[in-house]
Design a protein around this ligand. Structure first.
Ligand SMILES: Cc1cc2nc3c(=O)[nH]c(=O)nc-3n(C[C@H](O)[C@H](O)[C@H](O)COP(=O)(O)O)c2cc1C
Length: 173
């Protein structure tokens, strides 16, 4: 069928499964200079009347530097045949070399934001950064959350307003 434009308010995803099992590649920067990494935690919803996605990035990630400098980011998901490539982007750091060139994935310009996306994606979500906040450990009511932070590298939370969605049929029917 191929990729079609989807109204951000009409995007259909399995709320937990898409993050936990399908994963996304988060990319920030420009097509000339960007970095990307795999993300498995996040959410979609509505905030301040806008469709948004929320991602969380630990400060040690190279992608964090690009998230800070950029006014946008993209989230791309992929069919299972690209799982190994997506896993590589989530285990190697762009600090140590051009990890994208070690995969079968190729960057392309986005429609509405500067941060690029991937030609091979089955779902491309383009976002404008609208809010950030650092996680505050004193607010962890469930103490088991501390187990996720042995290095105390608490995530920075970013909200992105969804400006454009393109995806395969499963994401709009
Ligand atoms: C399945 C999976 C999910 C991940 N989810 C996140 C996440 O939500 N936030 C985060 O900071 N790191 C996450 N990571 C770790 C980063 O993707 C990983 O550290 C990556 O190598 C960072 O690359 P960079 O240094 O080029 O930014 C995840 C890794 C995998 C494999």
């Amino acid at each position: 069928m191929g990729m079609i434009e989807i109204d951000p308010m009409e995007l259909k995803v399995q709320a937990a499964d898409i993050w936990l099992n399908k994963w996304f590649v988060l990319t920030a920067g420009t097509i000339e200079k960007c970095n990307c990494m795999t993300v498995g935690w996040g959410s979609f919803g509505v905030m301040w009347g806008k469709p948004f996605t929320q991602v969380v990035v630990r400060p040690g990630r190279y992608t964090y530097e690009f998230m800070e400098k950029s006014d946008s980011f993209t989230l791309c998901s992929f069919e299972d045949k690209y799982k190994k490539d997506v896993a590589l982007l989530g285990t190697k750091s762009g600090r140590d070399g051009d990890k994208i060139s070690e995969t079968g994935l190729t960057l392309t310009k986005s429609r509405k934001v500067n941060s690029p996306c991937f030609n091979e994606s089955d779902l491309i979500i383009e976002c404008k950064k609208i809010y950030w906040q650092d996680m505050e450990p004193e607010n962890f009511l469930d103490k088991s959350i501390f187990e996720k932070y042995p290095l105390k590298d608490f995530h920075r939370i970013y909200f992105g307003e969804i400006l454009s969605v393109r995806g395969e049929k499963e994401f709009y029917i």
